[in-house]
Design a binder for this molecule. Structure first.
Ligand code: PHE
Ligand code: ZN
Length: 852
C-alpha cells in the first residue's frame, strides 16, 4: 500500500489532542531480513482504553505492503485510509497480527528500517515506526516489546536485554514500556568495543560500542564518555541505569547527530568515533556531550516521555540542559556558557527573529521533523536554566526528584513539568509558562540612574511580533546583576533580580559612589540586552568584571561596536578595543580557553543580524571586508605578543583531549589564525608539517588557507586521508568555508563533482552544501550563484531525503534582511524549489513558512 495520494499537507493542532482509543498491552515483532523484501510480522495485544470513548481503530502505516491481517487468529479485511488503515475490532481485548513487506535497501530517507553500507538500522523518531509496521505511532502509546530478528548478519541487536540467539536468529525483550519512536534494530557484520559499569545499587551493566570493522580503534574515548555520563547522572540527578546492557552503534548515513533508542543508541558515526589523529578537540568535546545527551535521555525522554510531539522540548530542552551541566562539570563552566551563548545567538536568535519563529512548545505543525530546532533544543534548555535560577538549586533538585517520582513510566506535558515546580516550591508558574508558549526573543532595555547614594536600574522588555503572535505578554526574566566600584572591586556580588512586568526598577541604596553595573551575568536569560553604555565602560568591564561571562561579553560588545563602525562608516578599528583585547589576552591568570574565545570575532551572519536589528541593510561583502581588516589590524598591533603567546600555548607530551590541553590548543589556534595574516603562512606550514593530531593539522591547514598558501597542503591532506570518510568531510567543509566570497560557489560546485562527493550521505552533503550556506559572504555573493547552486542540490536531494533537505532550507530564513536584488534572487530560488512536482511535505512546509 502506498500513501493514499500524498494528501495536501494537513496542519496538526495541539488543542485537538485526544488519547488513542486502545491501550497496547504487548508487542511482539519478527523481522525476516532481506535488502528489498524484509518481512515484518507483528503480534500486538490491544485493549479498549478506559480513558477515552473514541473507539475508532486506526493504525499508522506508510510505504508498507500489507500481506495479511488477523484479529484473534481470523484473517480480516482492513480499510486503507490516508496515513494508515482502519479495521473493525472487538470491544474487549484482542490480538492483532499482520505481515508487511518493506525495502530497507531503497530507503534513502533514512527513516524507518534502512541500510547504510549494507548494515540494517532503524530511525523511528519522530514518526518512522509507521514505515516498519502498522501501529499507533504516537508517543503516548507505550508497551513492552519482544523482538525476533532472522537474518545471516553476525550481529543482530534490538532494545532491552537479549533472551535467546542461535544460527540465523536473535531474540530480545525490553521490559520497560516505551513508545514506538524508541524502537531500534541493528543488524550487520559489526565489531564491538566492550566495557562495563556497575551502578550505584550494584547492577552490573555490559557496555558496547558497535562499529564497522576498521573503526575499532576509534571507540575508547566514547566508552569513557559513556561511563562518565553514567556516574554523573547517578551523582547529580540520582538516575541509575535500568537494563543489563547498553549498546551504542555507529552508522555512517544518519540524518541527525544520534538517537536515544532504549538500550540501543544509534549514532551518526561523526558523533561517536574519535581518535587523536582523525578528530579535533572540538570533535572530542562534541562527542562527549552527545554521548551524555543520549544516555541522559534514558530518564528524561525514555522513562518519562512526551504525551505528543508538541511537548518535544519536555525531553529535549531538559536533556540539553543536563548535558550542558555535564560539560560544565567536565570541562569548565565559563567557556561552556560562552560557547552556548554564541551558539544560541548564532542559530536560535536567527530562527526566533525570522519567519520560522515558534515557541519552544509550538501549537501547530505540518511535519514534526521540521521542529527539531534550535528553539526546541537550545531555547528549551535556556528556559530550564532560568527556572533553576529563579527557584534556586535546592528547589530545582527537589522538583526534579518529584518529577521522576511522580511521572516515571508516563507520557507527559509541559503542564506536568511546571506543576512539579509549583508543588515543590509553592510558586505559581503561570507567568513563567509564557516562555514555553510564546515565540520571539525579548529585547531587554535598561536605563541607569544615580542620585545621592541610590543607584537605580530600570528595565523594559519588548518582544517583536512573530508569525501568528502579534501581542506579547511580559515574561518572567531572571536578571543576574553585580556592582563594581570605580577601582574595579566588586561591591555587590551577583544577585538574581526577578523581572515580571513590562517595566520594572530595582534600587541599591547607601552607595558611596556611582557603581558600574554588570548586567545579565552568566547570560542569565536568552534575551537581547540593550544597554545605554559606551566603549569605555565596556573596556572597564572587560578588564575588571568578576563574572567571566560578562567579561567576555564586554569584549564581544566592543568588537561589535568597532565592526559596526568599520562596516557602516569605514572607520578604522577602535584603538580602545585593540588595546583592551591586547591586555586581556596577555593576562596569563586567565584561562587559555577563555582567551581563545575573546580572540574569536562574531560570525558574519551574526553581524548581519545585528545590522538588520539596528535598521541597516547588511552588505555581506562589506561585512567580510571589515572582518578581514579588523583581523589584519589585530595581527599587526599585537605582532610582538602573538608569537610569544603561540609558543607559550604549545602542549607538550602525548595528545590528550582533556579541557586543560584543548584550551591551550584553542588559544594557540586562535593566535595562529592571526599570525598567518602577517607571516605569509610560515608558522601555519610548520604546524601543519609537524602535526601529530587532527587539531594541529586542521588548524595548520585552515591558517594556511587564510594565508592563501594552502594549495599544496589541501592536496596532501586529501592523499593522506582519502580513506577516512569522517576526515574527508572536514576536507570538503574547510575548502568551502575558507573560499573567498567570489570563489565560494565555484569551489562548492567543483567539490560536488569530486569523485568522493555523494549527496545521499547527509554528512558529506552538509559538509559541502552546509558549508556553502555557512560562508556568509560567499553564500550571499552578488552573482547569486550560491543561491542557485544550493537550490539545485536541494531539488536533487528532496525526493531521496526530505528531512535533510528541509533542514537546509533554513539557509534562506534571513532572506528579507538583505537588499531588494538579493531578496528577489533568493525568493526565485525558493520558488523554483517549491515548483517541483511531488516536493516533500517537509520541504514544502519549510519554504512556505520562510516565504510567508
Ligand atoms: N532525539 C534525538 C536527540 O535529541 C534527535 C533525533 C531526532 C534523531 C529525530 C533522529 C531523528 O538526541
Ligand atoms: Zn535529544
Amino acid at each position: 500500500m502506498q500513501d493514499a495520494a500524498t494528501a495536501t499537507p494537513e496542519t496538526i493542532f495541539l488543542k485537538d489532542y485526544t488519547p488513542f482509543g486502545y491501550k497496547v498491552d504487548s508487542v511482539s515483532l519478527t523481522f525476516k531480513l532481506a535488502p528489498r523484501a524484509t518481512r515484518v510480522i507483528s503480534k500486538i495485544v490491544f485493549s479498549p482504553n478506559p480513558e477515552t470513548t473514541d473507539a475508532r481503530f486506526f493504525l499508522h502505516g506508510k510505504q508498507l505492503d500489507l500481506k495479511w491481517a488477523k484479529i484473534d487468529g481470523t484473517e480480516i479485511a482492513t480499510r486503507a485510509v490516508p496515513g494508515g488503515l482502519e479495521a473493525d475490532v472487538p470491544t474487549v481485548p484482542f490480538l492483532w497480527e499482520a505481515e508487511v513487506e518493506i525495502s530497507p535497501e531503497t530507503n534513502t530517507a533514512l527513516e524507518g528500517l534502512y541500510q547504510s553500507n549494507g548494515m540494517y538500522c532503524t530511525q523511528c523518531e519522530a514518526e518512522g515506526f509507521r514505515k516498519i509496521t502498522f501501529y499507533p505511532d504516537r508517543p503516548d502509546v507505550m508497551s513492552t516489546f519482544t523482538v525476533r530478528i532472522e537474518g545471516s548478519e553476525k550481529v543482530m541487536l534490538s532494545n532491552g536485554n537479549p533472551t535467546a540467539s542461535g544460527t540465523g536468529f536473535a531474540e530480545w525483550y525490553d521490559p520497560w514500556p516505551k513508545p514506538a519512536y524508541l524502537f531500534a534494530l541493528v543488524a550487520g557484520d559489526l565489531v564491538n568495543h566492550p566495557g562495563s559499569f556497575t551502578t550505584k545499587s550494584g547492577r552490573p551493566v555490559e557496555l558496547n560500542i558497535w562499529v564497522r570493522p576498521g573503526d575499532e580503534g576509534k571507540c575508547a574515548f566514547g566508552m569513557e564518555a559513556l561511563k562518565k555520563s553514567m556516574t554523573w547522572d547517578e551523582e547529580v540527578y540520582g538516575c541509575e541505569y535500568d537494563l543489563d546492557l547498553f549498546n551504542i552503534v555507529a552508522v555512517d548515513d544518519f540524518n541527525m547527530g544520534a538517537m536515544e533508542n532504549k538500550g540501543l543508541n544509534i549514532f551518526n558515526s561523526s558523533c561517536v568515533l574519535a581518535s587523536p589523529e582523525t578528530s579535533t578537540d572540538a570533535n572530542f568535546e562534541r562527542i562527549e556531550a552527545i554521548i551524555a545527551h543520549e544516555y541522559f535521555h534514558n530518564w528524561t525522554g525514555n522513562r518519562i516521555t512526551c504525551r505528543d510531539w508538541f511537548q518535544l522540548c519536555l525531553k529535549e530542552g531538559l536533556t540539553v540542559f543536563r548535558d550542558a551541566q555535564f560539560t560544565s562539570d567536565m570541562r569548565g563552566a565559563a567557556v561552556k556558557r560562552i560557547n552556548d551563548a554564541c551558539d544560541l545567538r548564532g542559530r536560535q536568535y536567527a530562527e526566533d527573529n525570522g519567519p520560522l519563529a515558534h515557541p519552544p512548545r509550538p501549537d501547530s505543525f505540518v511535519e514534526i521533523n521540521n521542529f527539531y530546532t534550535a528553539t526546541v533544543y537550545e531555547k528549551g534548555a535556556e528556559v530550564i536554566g532560568m527556572l533553576k535560577r529563579l527557584v534556586g538549586d535546592e528547589a530545582y533538585t527537589k522538583a526534579l526528584d518529584l518529577y521522576f517520582e511522580r511521572h516515571d513510566g508516563q507520557a507527559c506535558t509541559i503542564e506536568d513539568w511546571l506543576n512539579v515546580f509549583e508543588d515543590a516550591t509553592g510558586r505559581s508558574m503561570k507567568r513563567f509558562k509564557r516562555w514555553y508558549t510564546s515565540a520571539g526573543t525579548p529585547r531587554l532595555s535598561v536605563k541607569e540612574s544615580y542620585n545621592k547614594g541610590t543607584f537605580k536600574l530600570t528595565f523594559r522588555q519588548d518582544t517583536p511580533p512573530t508569525p501568528g503572535q502579534k501581542q506579547k505578554k511580559p515574561r518572567v526574566i531572571p536578571i543576574a546583576v553585580g556592582l563594581l566600584a570605580e577601582d574595579g572591586t566588586e561591591t555587590h556580588p551577583t544577585q538574581v533580580l526577578e523581572m515580571t512586568k513590562r517595566q520594572q526598577s530595582f534600587k541599591w541604596e547607601k552607595l558611596s559612589a556611582k557603581p558600574v553595573a554588570s548586567i545579565l551575568r552568566e547570560f542569565s536569560a536568552p534575551v537581547i540586552l540593550q544597554r545605554e553604555t559606551n566603549d569605555t565602560e565596556r573596556a572597564f568591564l572587560l578588564a575588571h568584571d568578576t563574572d567571566p561571562f560578562n567579561r567576555w561579553e564586554a569584549g564581544r560588545e566592543l568588537s561589535k561596536s568597532t565592526l559596526k563602525a568599520m562596516i557602516t562608516t569605514g572607520a578604522p578599528a577602535s584603538a580602545l578595543y585593540l588595546d583592551s583585547l591586547h591586555a586581556a589576552i596577555r593576562d596569563d591568570a586567565q584561562d587559555p580557553g577563555f582567551r581563545a574565545m575573546l580572540l574569536t570575532l562574531p560570525g558574519q551572519s551574526e553581524l548581519a543580524q545585528m545590522l538588520h536589528d539596528d535598521g541597516v541593510t547588511p552588505d555581506p561583502q562589506a561585512i567580510y571586508d571589515a572582518v578581514q581588516t579588523l583581523k589584519l589590524t589585530m595581527a599587526q598591533q599585537m605582532q610582538d605578543t602573538l608569537p610569544r603567546l603561540y609558543a607559550a600555548s604549545q602542549v607538550d607530551g602525548p595528545y590528550s583531549p582533556d579541557a586543560a590541553d584543548a584550551n591551550k590548543r584553542a588559544l594557540a589556534g586562535a593566535v595562529l589564525g592571526l599570525i598567518s595574516r602577517t607571516d605569509g603562512g610560515k608558522t601555519a606550514q610548520a604546524q601543519y608539517d609537524d602535526a601529530d593530531n587532527m587539531t594541529q593539522q586542521l588548524g595548520g591547514l585552515s591558517a594556511l588557507l587564510t594565508a592563501e598558501k594552502g594549495e599544496a597542503a589541501v592536496q596532501a591532506f586529501y592523499t593522506q586521508w582519502r580513506h577516512d570518510r569522517l576526515v574527508l568531510d572536514k576536507w570538503f567543509m574547510l575548502q568551502v568555508a575558507h573560499a573567498a566570497p567570489e570563489a565560494t560557489a565555484a569551489t562548492a560546485e567543483a567539490l560536488t563533482r569530486h569523485a568522493d562527493f555523494t549527496h545521499t550521505n547527509p554528512n558529506r552533503f552538509r559538509a559541502t552544501l552546509g558549508a556553502l550556506a555557512g560562508n556568509h559572504a560567499g553564500f550571499h555573493h552578488d552573482s547569486g550563484a550560491s543561491y542557485a547552486l544550493l537550490a539545485d542540490w536541494l531539488i536533487t536531494l528532496d525526493p531521496l531525503n526530505p528531512q535533510t533537505t528541509a533542514r537546509m532550507c533554513a539557509a534562506f530564513q534571513t532572506w528579507r534582511h538583505y537588499d531588494a536584488k538579493r531578496q528577489d534572487v533568493m525568493r526565485a530560488a525558493m520558488e523554483r524549489i517549491l515548483a517541483q512536482k511531488d516536493l516533500s511535505r517537509d520541504t514544502t512546509e519549510m519554504l512556505s513558512r520562510i516565504l510567508s
